[in-house]
Ligand binder design. Structure first.
Ligand SMILES: [Fe+2]
Ligand SMILES: [Fe+2]
Length: 190
């Protein structure tokens, strides 16, 4: 490229800007990978797939606790906590729907997996309804309570009944395999 009238080289200026942008992108990607590693690391540290999912259930209920401690005047706080809840549930559902429920179907628990999967659809419905409502609406808290009651029931079915049932069918090697596969999937969404 020809030198510009001011003596600067247009290409090199542009090239430097592109290089800086790429460098910035690389740093951003690295930071994002680090953040993902920390988030998924917390899941993995909780143990095998079923223990890790139970730990995520507990963490999710803690977000509900915080939300239920708010009032109609805490609009910004409700929005922020709802966003955290959405993110936590998106990662959790991705792990269950992409690894655990398919493993259930592969081990004769098809109807049970389908029922759980249907519940996840209604989790999204509650999240949608709460997002659409104004957090200052007096009906917001009752909607949240209804959501919590349903999701706790779902968690109880998973933890007390269906996950132990799958664990028993999988055996040591199978359980380890599902743990690794689940953490791989969780990392994508973390
Ligand atoms: Fe679930
Ligand atoms: Fe779950």
């Amino acid at each position: 490229m020809a030198a510009q009238s001011d003596g600067s080289n247009g290409f090199s200026t542009q090239g430097a800007a592109v290089a800086a942008a790429i460098g910035g992108l690389a740093i951003g990607l690295m930071a994002n990978l680090g953040r993902k590693a920390v988030i998924q690391g917390m899941t993995a540290a909780a143990g095998e797939w079923d223990q890790a999912l139970a730990a995520e259930h507990e963490a999710t209920l803690m977000i509900f606790d915080k939300l239920q401690a708010t009032t109609e005047t805490n609009v910004a706080k409700r929005k922020l906590l709802l966003m955290q809840l959405k993110h936590a549930l998106a990662k959790h559902a991705h792990q269950e729907e992409n690894v655990v429920y398919p493993a259930m179907r592969a081990n004769g628990l098809t109807d049970e997996a389908d029922e759980l999967n249907k519940d996840h659809g209604y989790v999204k419905q509650f999240l949608f309804d709460l997002t659409e409502m104004e957090p200052s609406d007096t009906l917001w808290a009752p909607k949240l309570s209804e959501f919590r009651a349903q999701i706790e029931q779902h968690m109880r079915e998973e933890e007390d009944e269906l996950f132990p049932s799958l664990r028993e069918k999988l055996g040591d090697v199978g359980n380890h395999h599902i743990t690794v596969a689940m953490n791989k999937e969780g990392f994508k969404i973390a």
